[in-house]
Design a protein around this ligand. Structure first.
Ligand code: ADP
Length: 351
């Protein structure tokens, strides 16, 4: 059975969605971190407001849970615009997009999550909408087919993706602003947690939020989700107050280690070390070994393991690093090399 994961959008229950909605910053000055991005966004919005023009199209890209959807909503709020949300896989036919675009007003934001998963016909349908604010829509088929040129109001398309590399060049080039979201520092996550704790009316002992932040994989969604788990634990097993001991127990129950690695991270690293002798191993092979989706490993697990230097990506596949083996107490069986002068694993220089 696949190991459950806390970060993917699908794993959020309705309750968690509600929880997130209330914790989601609404305006730019409530957002924490990403200082460069926030500054560029603030300037672009101020300029557009001064010119009384809609904002140019924006692409936010980066690992899940870092705030792409949040920023799209923030942009709409700051611009005093309405936002309509959809996602790449939900827009199957040109007609699906037409339904959204025909109801759009000047300055409205159209947010498309997972924009790298748009089908080619939908993508091609969107090009003239983004560039010239018009679409060519075909009604009927066969002999009766007619193409109607439909003018649109000037809107702002905000796309979000975990895989900017999968976006076609023509689509990417139609965004005026492309912003990469980075992992957050422990200090930034502590600030986010402290805001969330205030909103949830939680009392916390000194140092507890720092401890949760340190286990949050640089990701606000993980930080808020862990806070919620600890809150539950504190409510049932304690007085409701977040004490050091309560936090430790709750994190242990969640199987989160001091670096924030969870069962799925550890399973990937263990598979690499024990089954693939440290690698290199292809992502498909690792996914098949664990019974996980390749996309989950690429989107959710890999970015953080790469960031902390536990994983190496080479042309031949993924390799575990010595740091990861030391952290998990894993021992690698040295590879039998065909050529005796071939260096053994970990005696090679880091790539
Ligand atoms: P993504 O769309 O990148 O997957 P979200 O925008 O859904 O991520 O963010 C996940 C959660 O993290 C949000 O619900 C919000 O509570 C929190 N969050 C994200 N970015 C920030 C931020 N800059 N400051 C405070 N909280 C944030």
């Amino acid at each position: 059975m696949a190991i459950g994961r806390i970060i993917g959008g699908q794993s959020l229950g309705e309750q968690e969605e509600n929880f997130n909605v209330s914790l989601r910053p609404k305006f730019l000055d409530e957002c924490v971190g990403q200082p460069n991005l926030r500054e560029k966004l603030a300037i672009a919005m101020a300029a557009a407001r001064q010119r009384k023009e809609p904002l140019e199209h924006i692409l936010f890209y980066g690992p899940p849970g870092l705030g792409k959807t949040t920023l799209a909503n923030v942009v709409a709020n700051e611009m005093g615009a309405r936002i309509r949300c959809s996602s790449g896989p939900a827009l199957v036919k040109a007609g699906d997009v037409m339904g959204l675009l025909s109801n759009i007003n000047t300055g409205d934001v159209l947010f498309i999550d997972e924009i790298h998963r748009l089908s080619t016909p939908v993508e091609e349908f969107i090009y003239p909408a983004m560039e010239d604010f018009k679409v060519d829509f075909t009604v009927d088929s066969g002999m009766h087919a007619k193409t109607i040129n439909f003018p649109l109001k000037r809107f702002t398309l905000i796309g979000a993706t975990t895989r900017a590399g999968l976006l076609s060049a023509p689509l990417r080039s139609r965004f005026g602003m492309l912003y990469h979201l980075d992992f957050y520092s422990a200090e930034e996550l502590t600030t986010i947690l402290s805001r969330s704790a205030d909103l949830l009316d939680l009392q916390c002992e000194e140092g507890t939020l720092e401890r949760i932040a340190a286990c949050s994989r640089g990701t606000p969604r993980v930080a808020n989700r862990l806070l919620k788990r600890v809150r539950d634990y504190a409510q049932v097993k304690g007085t409701g107050m977040l004490s050091g001991q309560i936090v430790e127990n709750a994190l242990k129950m969640e199987q989160i280690d001091p670096l924030g690695l969870d069962e799925l991270d550890r399973a990937v690293l263990r598979a690499l070390a024990n089954i693939y002798e440290g690698g290199p191993a292809g992502i498909e092979a690792i996914a098949a070994t664990l019974g996980e989706e390749r996309d989950t490993l690429e989107d959710v697990v890999e970015p953080y393991l790469l960031q902390i230097g536990f994983l190496r990506r080479t042309k031949r596949g993924r390799e575990i690093t010595k740091q990861a083996c030391d952290h998990l107490g894993l021992k690698l069986h040295k590879k039998k090399s065909k050529k005796s002068d071939q260096p053994e694993l970990f005696e090679q220089g880091e790539q």
